[in-house]
Ligand binder design. Structure first.
Ligand code: OGA
Ligand code: MN
Length: 273
């Protein structure tokens, strides 16, 4: 196992995900809970392997918005064609924080990559929380926040006016959930900052306008370089991340080339302070 950066990410070698033992899977889970994202290279991982491996976790959450693989509806397609300008996930976020029981994580498999670019950045929310000033920690103590995806995926939302609109589903879906601003990781107990600029609209008891300055302050503190790592995808790369421990951001720097990833989202649990 090799750390990818100071706090975030780990590369795990010498394991074939498709046929790993229960003991190996347990060690992989623990590494992901702690480091936020694990990267596996040179994997022989068919769509059937992807689904079978995901079923060894606590279940599969099918994303309400992304196009699904027609042959494997558990698999969401995260793709950008050579003539598209907008990508999916191209801003800091964590998946499904708008659900009352947010997804634990995602298993993303590289299927088609651009010749350069298309990296994914991750940021560690345990390291982010630890590095907050005592003043900021005191200001967010006991706060809760409201999360939704309606402004992102609905008719008038962020993607509606873009060249991804044609493929996205769920324009009529409505979402909303309240979570503590600081959660305890369900498995490790570590304190994690759990707001994100994409889906967290406001603190409970405050308007959007009242909330924005603190949200922005937390966002910029959380994105300190020390908290981040960068994943350069290769053919055969599989990444598994923990949505509670990390945020991620898909770089959109390969216009004119195709990129296609297969994602399975893993079921999580209720989050508590
Ligand atoms: C996602 C996502 C990142 C990427 O699948 O949730 O944000 O690099 N993808 O494609
Ligand atoms: Mn995402």
């Amino acid at each position: 196992m090799k750390p990818m950066a100071l706090h975030c990410g780990i590369e795990i070698g010498d394991v074939a995900l498709a046929s790993c033992s229960d003991a190996q899977l347990q060690a992989i889970k623990q590494a992901i809970y702690e480091r936020g994202v694990a990267v596996f290279r040179d994997q022989d991982f068919t769509p059937r392997d992807h689904i079978a491996f995901a079923k060894r976790w606590d279940g599969i959450d099918v994303n309400a918005y992304f196009p699904l693989d027609p042959a494997f509806p558990e698999i969401a397609l995260v793709k950008k064609a050579p003539d598209q300008r907008t990508n999916i996930g191209g801003a800091w976020h964590t998946d499904h924080s708008y659900d009352p029981v947010p997804a634990m994580g995602s298993i993303l498999v590289a299927r088609e990559l651009p010749p350069t670019g298309g990296d994914t950045l991750f940021a560690h929310m345990g390291a982010a929380y630890d590095a907050l000033s005592d003043d900021l920690k005191a200001r967010i103590e006991g706060l809760e926040a409201f999360h939704t995806a309606d402004h992102v995926y609905s008719q008038g939302g962020v993607y509606a006016g873009t060249d991804q609109a044609g493929e996205l589903r769920g324009q009529d879906v409505t979402t909303g959930a309240v979570h503590p601003v600081v959660i305890r990781h369900p498995q490790t107990g570590r304190k994690l900052l759990y707001v994100n600029a994409a889906f967290t609209l406001h603190f409970v008891g405050q308007s959007r306008e009242e909330s924005l300055p603190l949200l922005m302050e937390l966002t910029s503190a959380a994105l300190a370089a020390d908290n981040q790592c960068r994943l350069e995808w290769e053919a055969g790369t599989v990444a598994i991340w923990d949505n509670r421990t990390t945020w991620h951001n898909a770089m959109n720097d390969y216009h004119g080339h195709a990129r296609e990833m297969h994602r399975i989202t893993l079921t999580g649990e209720t989050l508590a302070a």
